[in-house]
Design a protein around this ligand. Structure first.
Ligand SMILES: *Cc1c(COP(=O)(O)O)cnc(C)c1O
Length: 417
């Protein structure tokens, strides 16, 4: 037995300490400071009785007793590296009491949808929404008989009213700030509306853009905080992953049951990689956010730009209020509304030399993309218009390069267009 069962080592401390001490006992990995990678697909039972017990606990028929060491079974259900990572990541998310890791952000969302939605139910979601999530709702959930109810991210009163009015509402998905316009949605208000319903729907927040460092949905009352770990959590654009954190361990355990059936668990090697990135998430995100703030400041008033979308540049008083209420810092993503529509946007992308033209975000290298023709191209013209995905919109993810070089790159590319 070479792993896990961290409850044997209490790790008291603040998050930056706990992330380096929780979840892993070196004595169980022959003294190794870093966990070993356990790539086995199956695990040897100590006895027929302990195999029976492991299945009872795993299926939810019995509870694990405090300190009980239950045999592992099979890696689709769980494996040591997932268990280590799930304990390591807990202290990073305020209010989290249980975590699960997945092999992508979308597989985390798909697992949650399978758990909470049945034909005839409704899912309410803020728009704009990450392109892949929107695809999944339209191409998978709707054909299975789930009703999709979009609401505009910035419309706090409208979201609350829709949560109260939607029949058979089982799942509320709030993505904030929204991709790619950075529109913020009020998490606490959505939670309050959901709690006024007798058949309380689950409130989940896609926290990929700001969390876990700058925004804390569980502390605001949300049930689940969901991540594409591919982005800031992993941070090096070299792996896919997803995470769900929750306040209620029972709810998270029920998601684990669905994950076991779908096989959406993160693989051991990827768990090890992601685990090694957690201690630097706050360092990287703070630096990337500072870089973005400076670049946005430098671009203000540039005559080739019609607008800059960034949490601290919003003019709408409601957006400013939401920012103050739920974000600690503005983060590393901003979008520019370039003069000249699609041509202006394409010229900008073509002329960038340091910043690479690619989808994805949150990595240490800066990236830029044109949502209307790529990530959000499946939206209808009306959807794009309603949610501000305009032809001239270019989204930037700011990395760890020197911000002066990045600002110069954008200014030069704008001037060359
Ligand atoms: C990337 C992303 C996803 C999807 O995550 P994958 O890891 O690519 O599956 C979901 N939501 C947001 C906000 C994202 O940026």
């Amino acid at each position: 037995m070479a792993t896990k069962r961290s409850r044997t080592i209490p790790a008291p401390g603040r998050p930056a300490t706990e992330v380096l001490t929780a979840g892993f006992d070196p004595r169980l990995s022959v003294g190794s400071v870093r966990p070993a990678v356990f790539r086995s697909s199956t695990y040897v039972f100590r006895s027929p009785e302990s195999a029976e017990r492991a299945f009872a606990v795993s299926s939810g028929r019995a509870d694990r007793r405090p300190g009980e060491d239950v045999d592992l079974i099979y890696s689709r259900m769980s494996h040591p590296n997932a268990e280590i990572l799930e304990e390591q990541i807990l202290p990073l998310e305020k209010g989290a009491r249980a975590a699960l890791v997945f092999n992508s952000g979308l597989s985390a969302l798909a697992t949650a949808f399978f758990r909470f939605l049945r034909p005839g139910d409704a899912i309410l979601f803020t728009e704009p929404l990450y392109g892949g999530t929107l695809h999944m709702i339209h191409d998978l959930l709707v054909p299975f008989g789930v009703r999709a109810v979009p609401v505009q991210a910035g419309d706090t009163a409208g979201i609350a009213a829709a949560i109260l009015a939607t029949e058979n509402l089982k799942f509320v998905l709030v993505e904030t700030p929204a991709n790619p316009t950075l529109t913020m949605a009020d998490i606490a208000s959505a939670v309050k509306a959901a709690r006024r319903r007798k058949d309380r729907p689950v409130v989940a927040v896609d926290n990929t853009f700001m969390g876990p460092v700058f925004q804390h949905p569980l502390a605001l009352g949300a049930d689940l905080s969901i991540y594409s770990a591919t982005k800031f959590l992993a941070g090096f654009s070299d792996m896919l992953g997803g995470v769900i954190l929750g306040r209620d361990p029972e709810m998270v355990r029920s998601l684990k049951g669905v994950r076991s059936l779908l096989g959406t668990i993160l693989q051991p090697d990827e768990c090890w990689i992601l685990g090694s990135r957690l201690a630097t998430v706050a360092l990287r995100m703070n630096k990337q956010s500072k870089n973005a703030e400076r670049i946005v400041k430098g671009l203000r008033g540039n005559r080739r730009i019609d607008a800059i979308h960034y949490p601290t540049t919003a003019r709408d008083p409601e957006q400013r209020r939401i920012y103050r209420a739920q974000c600690d810092f503005p983060g590393a993503i901003f979008s520019l509304e370039v003069k000249g529509g699609k041509k202006g946007a394409f010229d900008l992308l073509r002329n960038l030399r340091i910043i690479k033209s690619a989808v994805s975000l949150g990595g240490m290298e800066s990236l830029a993309c044109h949502p209307a023709s790529t990530t959000h191209s499946s939206m209808t013209a009306e959807e794009m218009k309603a949610s501000g995905v305009s032809p001239g919109l270019v989204r930037f993810s700011v990395g760890l390069e020197d911000w002066r070089d990045l600002l110069g790159d954008i200014e030069r590319a704008l001037a060359a267009g």
